[in-house]
Design a binder for this molecule. Structure first.
Ligand SMILES: [Zn+2]
Length: 275
């Protein structure tokens, strides 16, 4: 699952390359949008909202009586495998052509969305219907730590390891950061939210990790960009904890409203109890 910071970077790259550019051709390879033609629309901006990527599109600036369409938002959620790439004319795709879901052609660049699980197109005025359910965005301009804490406190019986991935409470944390945030705040993943006195510290840690990594090419939570160990516990099952030497363990935790179980890594010694 892409974390909020990787969506932020993907979004920033698309925004820099495409803002102000006019679409010459669009090709949607998803059934619900197969007949859509966005040619003539211009990219106003590309913005992240949690792990969602929003490309806002404007009708041509020159008023054309035959072109009275509303501003549109192309929404994509990258989920596990999705990504957007940019190509110069004639450049070979770096991913299999049969995984293309969206192709947007501009004068000297083509944006290609591969393996994107969710692609939707809505009038920009109705954008909130798609992302309005999201909690405060860790990398958003209106980040609200107090609201995020209040959202978590509304769910005192849920485990913090599960709740951190609930984008309705706070948007942007994926599986890697979940493990790292819990390690850095010394919380066992099954600790009930209501038992965490220093909930604000957990939220502050999430915010700090995403902010320091948002413009970096390589995600690091250990603070040493050159280290061979970018993560404290993530993906390190059976290896010694970098702090205490105990063996890192993994728990499979299901999300509240889904069957999907995801690995949460932790050190049983450093993260033994609620605090
Ligand atoms: Zn440890």
């Amino acid at each position: 699952m892409p974390e909020g910071d990787s969506v932020y970077r993907a979004t920033a790259t698309l925004h820099r390359a495409l803002a102000g550019q006019t679409l010459l051709r669009s090709d949607f390879r998803v059934p619900s949008l197969a007949t859509v033609d966005l040619s003539g629309y211009a990219v106003a901006e590309v913005v992240p909202r949690g792990k969602h990527l929003l490309m806002r599109l404007q009708p041509p600036l020159t008023p054309d009586p035959d072109f009275s369409q509303p501003p549109l938002t192309l929404h994509s959620h990258l989920l596990m495998e999705g990504r957007w790439d940019l190509y110069r004319p004639g450049e070979r795709f770096r991913r299999p052509a049969n995984t293309v879901r969206v192709l947007l052609a501009f004068a000297d660049l083509t944006a290609v969305g591969f393996d994107i699980a969710q692609v939707k197109l809505v009038p920009t005025a109705e954008e909130a219907d798609l992302v309005g359910h999201l909690g405060p965005d860790l990398l958003g301009a209106n980040w609200d730590a107090v609201q995020a804490a209040a959202n978590f406190r509304d769910h005192p019986h849920r485990g913090i390891g599960e709740a951190l991935l609930d984008q309705r409470l706070m948007a942007g944390v994926g599986n890697i950061y979940r493990s790292e945030i819990l390690f850095l705040t010394r919380l066992h993943p099954l600790t009930a939210v209501g038992d965490i006195v220093q909930l604000e510290k957990v939220i502050e840690m999430a915010h700090r990790l995403l902010v320091v990594n948002k413009d970096r090419g390589r995600r690091v939570t250990t603070g040493l960009a050159r280290t061979r160990e970018p993560y404290w516990v993530y993906g390190r099952t059976g290896k010694p904890c970098l702090r205490c030497g105990a063996k890192v363990e993994v728990l499979r935790i299901a999300a509240q409203d889904s069957e999907l179980q995801r690995d949460c890594f932790f050190c049983p010694h450093c993260q033994s109890a609620a605090n």
